[in-house]
Design a protein around this ligand. Structure first.
Ligand SMILES: [Zn+2]
Ligand SMILES: [Zn+2]
Length: 228
């Protein structure tokens, strides 16, 4: 099992529908030995500016004393496909460093074309819970360097096995995220390991997904932060 610190790139605070203050999430992540935590609250055109301002303020002014790398993010959620690229671009201009898109999960009526719009956009970093993703969509994700998510969240995780079957032959980058909304959703690396193996990854593949893949996405976001 990968021994490096856990990296979670998809979580929610009470700035959207999570239950914890961002600072409590960071403290709990630090206590669990996380290396990095992205907070990616739900955003659409109505609240993107507010979420970005709050999380970027925390990054710039509030991080002293936390022993975990913090990445300010958003999850563009139920945004019409044609609005995804302009909103992702706007998020990055506002200082957001990790854009997640709420993909076509089997448990919600997400607009068809959402996966494709996210995978065509280089400002999107992660397509979350992409449901019954096609081979063609996975190829688009590879071409545009969009990472695909294995979700630990009940319901969204229904299609994890399908995602592994499509994504691995395509060479797509996978990560395991919690989509945390409350403290009990937090996972240490041992629990994330079970999610990865349960989705059908081999031990070597799980090692890469929980280690190098998550580190690569986090490092890219943090590198962007240092240049702000
Ligand atoms: Zn989502
Ligand atoms: Zn989410």
């Amino acid at each position: 099992m990968d021994k490096s610190g856990r990296i979670d790139l998809h979580t929610h605070s009470f700035l959207s529908d999570g239950v914890l203050l961002p600072s409590e999430m960071l403290r709990r992540a630090e206590a669990m030995g996380y290396a990095a935590l992205a907070i990616t609250d739900h955003a659409d055109i109505s609240n993107l500016e507010e979420i970005a301002a709050q999380l970027v303020r925390l990054y710039r002014e509030g991080l002293a004393g936390f022993g975990v790398a913090f990445i300010p993010g958003v999850e563009l959620t139920h945004v019409p496909p044609e609005q995804i690229a302009p909103l992702a671009r706007r998020a990055k201009r506002l200082g957001i460093r990790l854009v997640v898109v709420h993909g076509e999960t089997p448990v919600e009526p997400v607009a068809p074309g959402t996966n494709r719009a996210a995978e065509q956009c280089r400002d999107v970093d992660i397509l979350a819970h992409p449901g019954f993703i096609t081979e063609e969509e996975a190829a688009l994700a590879v071409a545009n360097d969009v990472t695909l998510e294995l979700s630990a969240r009940g319901g969204h995780n229904m299609t994890n096995g399908h995602l592994v079957r499509i994504a691995q032959p395509a060479g797509a980058r996978l990560v395991v995220n919690t989509d945390m909304h409350s403290p009990g959703d937090m996972m240490d690396q041992a629990r994330a390991w079970k999610v990865a193996l349960g989705a059908g990854l081999t031990e070597a593949e799980a090692e890469a997904v929980l280690g190098a893949n998550a580190q690569a996405v986090a490092a890219r976001a943090l590198r962007r932060l240092r240049t702000v």
